[in-house]
Structures are given as C-alpha cells and as structure tokens.
Write a protein that binds this ligand. Structure first.
Ligand SMILES: [Fe+2]
Ligand SMILES: [Fe+2]
Length: 383
C-alpha cells in the first residue's frame, strides 16, 4: 500500500462508520423505554404458597417468564438449570434459606444475577444480612405491585448497562484486533483505570463518583478506536516508524476523538463526552509535550490523564515485539521518573498506592510473547 493511499484512508476513515453506527445504536437503546414484552426470566423462591402464587401472577401480568420454587434448595436446582438473570427470594424458608441461596448463587452464576430479597418491614437485621451477602435490592411483604414494577425497572436498567458495557468491549476488541496488543490489553487497562480512579477518589477527588468511575472503566477500552482508520501497512509495520508514519499513526487520537465528538453532539450523552476525552487526549503529556493538542497539566481531562498511566503501565509490564516484559521495579522506575513529565504527579501517587494490586492483575492476565509475533509496531510515543 503506497503513501498516497494511506493518506486517503486517513481523510475518509470508512472503517469507522460501523463503529459509529454501533455506538449510536447503543446510546439509543440505553435511553429507550422499558419494553412491555420482557425477555428476562425471573426465579421466584418463596415457601408461602399464597405469597408465591400472588407474585407469580403479578409478574406474569407484567410480561415476564417465571420459574417458581418453594424453598432455597429447589430454587438452587432451578437456578443451576436455567441461569435466570433475576431472582426474587424470601429469606426464611425450610431446607435452605434465602441467605444460603444468595451465597451459592454468587459462586455459581455465569452472568451477574440481580437478586431482590423479600422481607417483613420489621425484619431489619435479616435485610441487612441479605444485602451484605450480595442481594441487590429488597421488597417489603406484602408486595405492592407498583413498587415491584419500579424495582424491576431498575434491574432492567442495570441489565441494559451491562449489555452496553459488553458491546463497547466487543467493538473495541474488533478495532484492536489489527493492532499489536491482544484482547487482554483492554481487559487489563479497564482494571487499572478502575483502581487508579478509586484511589484518586479515596484521596479526595470529588469528580470521581462511583458512576463516573464505572463510565471511565467502561469507556477506557475505546482509547485506540481511531486505529481502525490507520492502514495495515503502517499499523503493523515491522521496526521503527519514519517521521511521516509517526504523523499518520498519531492521527488515531484525532480520528477516534472526532468519531466520538460527532456522536456526543447527536446524543448529548455524558458517557460519550468522557469517551471522547480519553480517545482524543490519551497521548497528551503532563508537561505539555504530548499530542494531539499539547495540553498541559490539569488542562488535560482527568480521564485522559488516568488512561495515559494505565496504558503505559500495561505496555511496560508486558512483552512487546521490540521488548521483553519489564519487572515491577523497572516499571516503577520509569513511571516515577516520568512524574510531572509524562504523568500527573497525583496519579503517580495513586499508582504507587495501588501498585501491588495492579501488578498482580497484570501478571495474572499477562500476554505471552508468541501471541505478539505478527505485530511489531510501536506507538509514536515509543511506549
Ligand atoms: Fe493510542
Ligand atoms: Fe492501549
């Protein structure tokens, strides 16, 4: 592929159209009203026949598929067989109570199960114990149908967010499959971004509320999505880039950023604003010598400053075609050496506080050298 052709692809990143469409559809589905025709199956576990039948009738009228069990043991068998997304369970039951059931579901679920416990108004201790064991919500008996409907709407909202998170990950993996990094890179940076953001929140950063941290984690996987528009001849070029190629490679930030900016303008979604900040600015440097905008210090969006450290830490601790995986000590030396240069000093402090957890996760999910054989490119910042 010649140079001229490469530049044409940069000007018209048609690869990006599919991603744009996918992201727009996701945003639309997130804001859509809850459908009346529910696809979620609910397992009801209740020993009182009257209460059980009443609940089943109400839930069926709301359009759900229902499984019903008379105690925890029967409920667990049904859970293992059908893996329902939602369980509504009483707490005090013969053979196996609701507490035992919740504990076992949490060890056997394939996908996250939303659990609602049924409780008497006076039974605060049991309710607290149920929530501590991993229940997500509660309903006071006798169940009010309107309250039940509202609780189920919250559960369905969580399901939509989980689905959205998986779709974003899948799109990002698709974009990344032409790049040197493996799918594990995205999984790891997601975790590093979460740990760094949680630590910064603990240190008093009020911008980083739990919902913002979840958005950051979810959107971090999109950071290199602009690479979909970079030609293979450059993306997977063996050896070092020349000046022109560095210029083209560095455009992945503008291309991805523009893609997300367009969708942000269409949808007004806060999530896409954060995604855009990450994608456009993850190669900025704290001292102002990065790209594409040369932003400096806190002028760089916080999400992008966190992403920058997470991304580099992952590149340092894993093997690349041009280097071996560095030891923890070497990673630390490089990151601390770049404190205030490439990285925000506060984020370096957050890294040092959570380094052990980040390192353990990296080692558990580390790339193997053979997987990287076909790819030998380096990002323009050389990391
Ligand atoms: Fe990048
Ligand atoms: Fe990356």
């Amino acid at each position: 592929m010649g140079q001229k052709e490469s530049l044409v692809v940069i000007e018209k990143p048609f690869h990006a159209d599919g991603f744009r469409l996918g992201l727009v559809l996701m945003q639309k589905s997130e804001r859509a009203e809850v459908k009346q025709d529910h696809t979620v199956t609910i397992l009801v576990v209740e020993d009182s026949k009257f209460q059980r039948n009443t609940l089943v009738r109400v839930l069926e009228a709301l359009g759900y598929e229902i499984l019903a069990a008379k105690d925890g043991l029967e409920g667990l068998k049904m859970f293992d067989k059908h893996q329902p997304r939602l369980v509504i369970t009483d707490l005090e039951m013969p053979r196996m109570d609701g507490f035992g059931l919740i504990e076992l579901i949490r060890t056997r679920e394939i996908n996250y199960t939303y659990i609602i416990v049924l409780t008497a108004l006076t039974d605060k201790d049991n309710l607290v114990k149920g929530l501590e064991l991993g229940a997500d919500d509660f309903l006071v008996k006798p169940v009010n149908p309107e309250e039940l409907r509202v609780r189920l709407n919250s559960a369905e909202r969580i399901f939509r967010l989980q689905t959205q998170d998986k779709l974003i990950f899948a799109l990002a993996q698709l974009a990344d499959c032409r790049s040197p990094e493996t799918g594990n890179h995205l999984k790891r940076v997601k975790q590093f971004v979460r740990l760094l953001a949680e630590e910064l929140a603990r240190l008093g950063d009020e911008e980083l509320t739990p919902p913002v941290i979840s958005i950051l984690e979810s959107m971090s996987v999109l950071h290199d999505i602009g690479k979909v528009a970079i030609p293979d001849s450059i993306l997977n070029k063996p050896g070092k880039y020349n000046k022109l190629e560095i210029g083209i490679m560095s455009k992945h930030t503008n291309i991805g950023g523009q893609l997300l900016e367009d969708i942000y303008q269409e949808t007004g979604s806060e999530q896409l604003k954060i995604a855009k900040d990450i994608v456009l600015h993850h190669h900025e440097r704290y001292d102002g010598t990065g790209y594409p905008a040369g932003l400096k210090g806190e002028g760089i969006p916080l999400a992008a400053r966190i992403m920058a450290l997470a991304d580099v830490f992952d590149a340092l601790g894993n093997p690349r075609c041009y280097k071996k995986a560095f030891s923890l000590e070497k990673c630390r030396e490089i990151i601390v050496g770049d404190k205030g240069k490439q990285f925000d000093p506060q984020i370096v402090d957050a890294y040092l506080a959570r380094e052990q957890e980040m390192w353990e996760y990296l080692v558990q999910h580390r790339d193997v050298k053979e997987e990287l054989d076909s790819c030998e490119s380096i990002e323009p910042d050389g990391k």
